[in-house]
Design a protein. Structure first.
Length: 313
C-alpha cells in the first residue's frame, strides 16, 4: 500500500514530561488518513524508536476503547521516552482519528493492518533522527507486527501478551470454556472458514460472531499461525508475558518463544494483559482495565529498555 507523508502537525502537550515532545503525524493510505503520535526524548540524536501496535477491537493508540480507559499504551510510550527510546503509536484504521481510513466491514482484511504497520516502518526508516526500529506488538498487534517485520527493515521485534495460537483456535478455546454445548455448531463454520469458504446459513444465535460481512476478515485472519510467522523472523525477538494475564496464557507465550531460535522469553510477575500491576482475583484484574491513572508494571519498561538499548549498538 503506497503512502504519502503529509505535513506534520507539531504540538507540545502541556501534560508531557519536560524531557519529551509529542508530534502528531499523518499517513495517507489508499483508503484514507491514519494518525499517530510520535514521542521523542529530548537530547542528542539518533535514538532508537519503537512502533507500538495496539491489540484487537476498537483499541486506540493509547490502549483505550469506548468501553474502557486504561492509558496502557500511552504510559508505555511515556516511560520508554523517559529512558531514551522514541515511540510511534497510532490509531488503527477505522479507530479514533484514523476513522476515515476505515473500510466497509465486508471489505476489511487482516492484511490491511499488516500493510499499515509496514507503511509506518517505512516512514520511520526515512527519519535520520532514529538509529534503529523496534516493532512492539500487543495482543493481536503481536501477530500484525511479526508479519510486518518480515519484509521491513527493523532491528528487533517484541511481542507483549501475543497469542501463540491462530485466531480460529483461540475462538474455539474460548467457546469451549464458556459454552461447551455450542462447540458442535461452531466447529463446521470454523472449518469452512479455514478453507477460505463463506458460510451462508449461520445459526441466528451465532450470527453476531459469524455474520457474512465479517467472514472475509476472519478468513484472512485465520490463515496466519503466530508460531509459523514468528519463526520467519531473522532479527532478535523478545516475548513478554504477564503472569496475571487472564486473556493470554503463559503457555502461549512459551509457544511463541520456542518457535524462534532467536527469541528470548520474559515472564513478569503481577502484570496483567494491559501491563497493570494487579492482584490474583479476577475482579481486581478486570477493574484495572478502567483505571487510567493506575501505573503500568515498571518491570515491563525495564525489560524493553534493556533489550532495545543493548541491541541498538
Amino acid at each position: 500500500m503506497k503512502f504519502y507523508l503529509l505535513v506534520a502537525l507539531f504540538f507540545f502537550a502541556s501534560d508531557l514530561f519536560a524531557d519529551q515532545t509529542e508530534t502528531i503525524i499523518k499517513l495517507k493510505t489508499e483508503t484514507g488518513i491514519l494518525e499517530g503520535s510520535l514521542m521523542i526524548p529530548t537530547g542528542n540524536s539518533p535514538v532508537p524508536v519503537a512502533l507500538i501496535i495496539a491489540g484487537s477491537g476498537p483499541t486506540d493508540r493509547d490502549g483505550n476503547n469506548p468501553a474502557m480507559k486504561n492509558n496502557s499504551l500511552k504510559m508505555l510510550a511515556e516511560a520508554l521516552s523517559e529512558n531514551g527510546i522514541a515511540t510511534l503509536r497510532y490509531d488503527k484504521r477505522g479507530i479514533g482519528k484514523s476513522q476515515q481510513a476505515g473500510v466497509n466491514e465486508s471489505e476489511l482484511r487482516f492484511d490491511h493492518y499488516i500493510s499499515d504497520a509496514k507503511d509506518w516502518v517505512a516512514l520511520l526508516n526515512k527519519d535520520e533522527r532514529f538509529s534503529g526500529i523496534t516493532i512492539i506488538g500487543h495482543s493481536e498487534g503481536s501477530l500484525i507486527g511479526m508479519v510486518a517485520a518480515q519484509e521491513s527493515c527493523v532491528k528487533n521485534f517484541i511481542s507483549i501478551a501475543g497469542p501463540g495460537l491462530s485466531a480460529d483456535k483461540v475462538i474455539l478455546e474460548q467457546i469451549e470454556s464458556q459454552s461447551p454445548q455450542v462447540l458442535t455448531r461452531v466447529l463446521p463454520i470454523i472449518e469452512r472458514l479455514r478453507q477460505g469458504k463463506m458460510v451462508n446459513d449461520v445459526n441466528p444465535q451465532l450470527y453476531a460472531l459469524f455474520r457474512p460481512s465479517v467472514q472475509p476478515y476472519m478468513i484472512s485472519w485465520f490463515k496466519y499461525d503466530p508460531t509459523e510467522e514468528i519463526a520467519k523472523l531473522k532479527m532478535l525477538v523478545l516475548t513478554i508475558q504477564g503472569l496475571n494475564d487472564i486473556q493470554v496464557s503463559e503457555a502461549q507465550a512459551k509457544m511463541l518463544a520456542k518457535a524462534n531460535p532467536h527469541a528470548q522469553l520474559k515472564l513478569v510477575d503481577d502484570m496483567n494483559h494491559i501491563f497493570k500491576q494487579s492482584g490474583t482475583s479476577r475482579a481486581d484484574n478486570l477493574a484495572s482495565y478502567n483505571q487510567p491513572d493506575l501505573p503500568i508494571n515498571p518491570v515491563l519498561t525495564h525489560v524493553i529498555t534493556d533489550f532495545v538499548m543493548k541491541n541498538d549498538k
